[in-house]
Design a binder for this molecule. Structure first.
Ligand code: NCD
Length: 304
């Protein structure tokens, strides 16, 4: 049985197949409207979410299936002290596939050890978020026409931002990608990730100024400072407004640079940028739903 715990669980070939399937779903949604009839998805969200949970649920409905689940640890037996493993053993009796989000890094790995149905990691702590990466890759594919040969800027909280970690894990397996990692000193990409880039000979540079870097980028991936992962509020307040992408900065960017953001945005992108044709973050939301459809088709059809 296949799970998706980290984006590296998928080979490049499989990611490319999912992107191709996603393209077909986008063009011919009706072809897929009954493909998962009779199947049930459980969404177990021990941490807040708008997009990811609703996107999984909408994806399952659009494939003809059903959805059960909970949003918030307080509305599940976790509040009574039940372990993740016991919750998973239970829910596997009710559902054909489980998407889970948990504040603890590694929780989906523990879940997969006891699961009798596929587990999809919908975000674990500051660790991984592989289905957001599928959304991000589809955005690059559709809006830039490629997921390779890109000068990719990642900006903001690169330390706690799990979407950043998973995206680097995917893009570093495609040729010609160069990473420009823009963050304050305190929020740099964790050392194991930069070491892996070095070991693989993948070009990357760490920088602190968005103004200085923006003019060279093909895509800019903005992120929110992850308040809930900070140890103290003072540090959060000091760092939260380090980068604000506005019209003035967009004027320094290439005419065909795209702006991405996994959302939710706080104030790191001024709303005036939303009308810029280079702003792709709301399109990215739709691509996320499409790629979750592709992923569930793959995992459930492989299992059958
Ligand atoms: C991200 C997450 O949960 O990691 N949101 C999402 O799933 N699109 C990003 C974030 O919360 O900042």
């Amino acid at each position: 049985m296949r799970h998706l715990l980290s984006i590296t669980d998928l080979s490049v070939e499989e990611i490319n197949e999912l992107l191709a399937l996603g393209g077909d779903i986008l063009d011919h949604p009706e072809k897929y409207a009954h493909r998962l009839e009779g199947k049930k998805l459980a969404t177990l969200f021990f941490e807040p979410s708008t997009r990811t949970r609703l996107s999984f649920e909408a994806a399952m409905y659009e494939l003809g299936g059903h959805v059960i689940g909970f949003a918030g640890a307080n509305s599940s037996s976790a509040a009574k002290g039940e372990s993740v493993r016991d919750t998973i053993r239970t829910v596997a009796c009710y559902a054909d596939i489980i998407a889970m989000r948990h504040p603890l890094e590694g929780a989906p790995v523990a879940a997969a050890q006891v699961a009798t149905v596929p587990i999809v990691n919908a975000g674990d702590g500051g660790h991984h978020h592989p289905t957001q990466t599928l959304a991000d890759l589809m955005t690059l594919q559709r809006e830039k026409g490629r997921v390779s040969y890109l000068k990719m800027g990642l900006c903001g909280d690169l330390k706690f931002g799990r979407t950043v970690h998973s995206l680097i894990g995917a893009l570093s397996r495609y040729p010609g990608v160069e990473f420009i990692l823009i963050s304050p000193e305190e929020l740099k990409v964790p050392a194991p990730i930069t070491r892996a880039l070095e070991d693989a000979g993948i070009p990357y540079r760490e920088a602190t100024s968005l103004e200085k870097e923006i003019g060279n980028l093909d895509a800019l991936y903005m992120t929110r400072v992850q308040r809930e992962r900070f140890f103290n509020e003072e540090d959060y307040v000091r760092l939260k407004d380090t980068y604000i992408l506005d019209e003035a900065k967009m004027n320094l960017a290439k005419k065909d640079m795209i702006v991405m953001h996994p959302l939710p945005r706080v104030n790191e992108i001024a709303t005036e940028v939303d009308d810029d044709p280079r702003a792709c973050y709301f399109k990215q939301v739709n691509y996320g739903k499409i790629m979750r459809k592709a992923l569930m088709l793959k995992l459930l059809e492989e299992k059958a």
